[in-house]
Ligand binder design. Structure first.
Ligand code: MSP
Length: 656
């Protein structure tokens, strides 16, 4: 993100206070927060603005419904947004409300300026008006008397209004968009805007409403019978805030133009066209980037109050923790695309990426340091290729991968990059098996190398994850024995591998991300601070796994004979959706197995696969067909995937 000076200005839309905040509001604000935190680590002087859009018909109607006056309604709802931002750890530098008197003055000043320049004029206007969207539509837009956007009934209105000469900026705007390929992003949205600007004539913009129809707005300085149209008031916030916020020391116009306006796809036109042309008329430079993100659906459906499926961010934070929610929002869907929210999706991410991934890495590292080094980070012994590879991957992550993706607002790719290192680190622990090294004095130096490397990776991961998960990054630092504000005080460009000081006393604490039991749909984490971390499935660590299922002895387990089998043929069992009859080869014998995998697989794709079966299961009949064994598959009630063997092995090989 370029700036002639070192400043960086990031904004979110200002949210209507017609209702309480939902996941859509949280999404943009978290994304903006990640950028703000990330760029502060790069030493940029960041101004991060969010706030509320308090005027207009929607707010007036919501207040009327609640039986209170609009200002009282706004004052009642504003804390709900502010409080949510506190709970979500949003580090905004200022919070604007369009009912602030200073904002109102700036809007009126700009209106007066444009009026005097004759860029605002009065004219008759008639068209189809949608109260919900607060906008007029032309005859050709409206089909069957419905708003083309929200599909609500529109009404024919005719009135005098004031207009901004937006149309005259059409060519200049097209030229600007063509010249600046980062101005509207993502690319697909840029093409959309260019598409309509180059094929349709841009009209002038009605910027007023008669007070007889809408009283809750900013009065026009040159005609007190009118208030300004909501967008002229709202968009100006991005500039007015610089003049009077933060309260004591306004940051001033040196922050203008904004580097990024983050908006939802539905309000891209108002920003890319209305706002840009307003700025042109006011002789102010245009923002560097307007980035339009996609919308969340919920379990595949549009989110709406009437469907009762509105995702409440407060609830998500309470149930899953603030960082898990922040992580999910940015990891799950590429920024710019639409995405679907589901509790199952969220729980899967928490368990696999957070609890089993990063959380497990922290807990195994600290447990091992506690048990074998008296709780003190050891000085590393000699290092080899494995450590050098990890060092390289970690430094590349901080110096190349994160900047590359965050510069492009590819939050999901940045997180993928971080989790690649988490995975490498966990694999390193699995391979070096420090719990075995700890058994022999001869391996003491290597053990120290492994433990130091693990702790140093975690220090670097706290820096890498900080922007997305500030609270967890702080916890990692605290548990590693570093200062709570360790990351904030860093300059990311100066980070070196090996800065972690041997001799630092660790402070192991509660597990970072408790596993969530999907059966209770996130109602309760399965583990809590009193339960040690989960080892990965294949590797024993010194900390025992939480006993969530009855345990079996090794002798009991050895009674089960697992073998590989090659599928020779497969066909559906008639009248069953689920069952497939398989003929499999175990090398020296052929078996028939009836498996409940028909919802996941078509018979054709199974033939030729080498799978794993329980070979000594007592034969049983399923829908009258004998099954001589059982196929192993991942999944609980639903089959998610068959167990197969990566390498070529003979059918019938024992699996242990
Ligand atoms: N007040 C105007 C913005 C003025 S900016 C100068 C407004 N407010 S809003 O509260 O209705 O919407 C705010 C943001 O929430 C928009 O960016 C919109 O895209 C976003 N979202 C609303 N529902 C959403 C989803 N279901 N998913 C993602 N974002 C969504 O518009």
């Amino acid at each position: 993100m370029m700036s002639a000076n070192n400043t960086l200005y990031i904004t979110t839309p200002i949210y209507y206070v017609n209702d309480v905040p939902h996941i859509g509001h949280a999404y943009t604000t978290v994304a903006a927060d990640v950028l703000a935190r990330y760029w502060r680590l790069h030493g940029r002087e960041v101004f991060f603005l969010t706030g509320l859009d308090e005027h207009g018909q929607k707010v007036q109607q919501a207040a009327a419904k609640a039986g209170i006056d609009p200002q009282a309604h706004c004052d009642k709802l504003a804390p709900q947004f502010r409080h949510l931002w506190t709970r979500l750890n949003i580090s905004n530098d200022a919070f604007i409300r369009t009912t602030d008197v200073q904002h109102i003055k700036v809007v009126q000043r700009y209106l007066q300026e444009l009026f005097e320049k004759q860029l605002i004029y009065k004219a008759d206007y008639s068209g189809w008006y949608c109260t919900f969207d607060e906008r007029f539509w032309t005859e050709k837009d409206v089909e069957n008397g419905l708003c083309p956007d929200c599909k609500r009934t529109v009404e024919k209105l005719s009135e005098h209004n004031y207009f901004f000469k937006m149309g005259q900026y059409q060519d200049r705007l097209i030229e600007h968009i063509k010249k600046h390929d980062r101005f509207i992003r993502p690319e697909s949205r840029r093409n959309e805007v260019l598409g309509f600007l180059t094929t349709q004539k841009l009209g002038d913009l009605s910027i007023s409403r008669p007070k007889t129809r809408l009283s809750w707005g900013i009065e026009l300085p040159f005609d007190t019978d009118y208030v300004t149209y909501v967008w002229f008031d709202a968009l100006v916030n991005y500039v007015s805030a610089l003049e009077y916020l933060p309260r004591e020391t306004p940051v001033g116009h040196r922050f203008w133009p904004a580097n990024v306006h983050l908006v939802g796809k539905d309000i891209l036109t108002t920003h890319a066209v209305y706002w840009s042309t307003m700025l042109m008329a006011l002789n102010l430079p245009l923002p560097e980037t307007i980035f339009a993100h996609g919308w969340w659906t919920v379990d595949g459906e549009k989110m709406s109050k009437s469907r009762g499926n509105v995702v409440d961010p407060y609830k998500m934070i309470d149930e899953f923790g603030v960082d898990a929610f922040r992580y999910f929002l940015l990891r799950e869907v590429p920024f710019g695309q639409d995405g679907d929210f589901s509790l199952t999706g969220m729980i899967t991410r928490i368990n696999s990426d957070l609890a089993n991934g990063l959380g497990n890495l922290l807990s195994r590292t600290l447990t091992l340091i506690e048990r074998t080094q008296g709780g003190v980070i050891p000085a590393p012994g000699p290092t080899g290729p494995a450590e050098q590879e990890l060092e390289q991957a970690t430094i590349t992550l901080l110096r190349e991968i994160l900047p590359r993706h965050l510069e492009q607002l590819e939050f999901n790719r940045a997180l993928e990059g971080i989790w690649h290192v988490v995975q490498l680190a966990n694999q390193y622990v699995d391979k070096t098996a420090p719990w075995t090294l700890a058994k022999s004095e001869r391996d003491a130096a290597q053990l120290k190398t492994v433990l130091y490397t693990m702790a140093e990776i975690l220090r670097c991961l706290s820096i890498a994850t900080y922007a997305v998960m500030p609270k967890s990054a702080q916890t990692i630092c605290a548990q590693l024995g570093l200062a709570d504000d360790y990351v904030q005080s860093l300059e990311i460009g100066t980070i070196q591998w090996g800065d972690l000081l041997p001799g630092t006393a660790i402070r192991k604490g509660p597990s970072l991300f408790p596993r969530i039991d999907s059966k209770t749909q996130g109602a309760k984490p399965v583990t809590d601070s009193s339960v040690p971390s989960q080892p990965t499935a294949t590797v024993p660590t010194p900390t025992p796994a939480a006993p969530v299922v009855p345990q079996v002895t090794i002798d009991e387990f050895m009674k089960v004979q697992l073998r590989t089998a090659k599928i020779l043929s497969a066909e559906r069992v008639p009248k069953s959706e689920k069952l497939i009859k398989l003929q499999v080869s175990l090398g020296d014998e052929q078996r028939q197995i009836v498996a409940g995998i028909g919802k996941k697989y078509e018979p054709d794709v199974l033939v030729g696969k080498t799978i794993v079966i329980v070979a000594n299961l007592k034969p049983a009949k399923l829908m009258g067909i004998e099954s001589q064994g059982m196929v192993l598959a991942a999944g609980d009630t639903d089959v998610r995937g068959l167990l197969t063997i990566q390498e070529e092995v003979d059918p019938g090989t024992k699996v242990k």
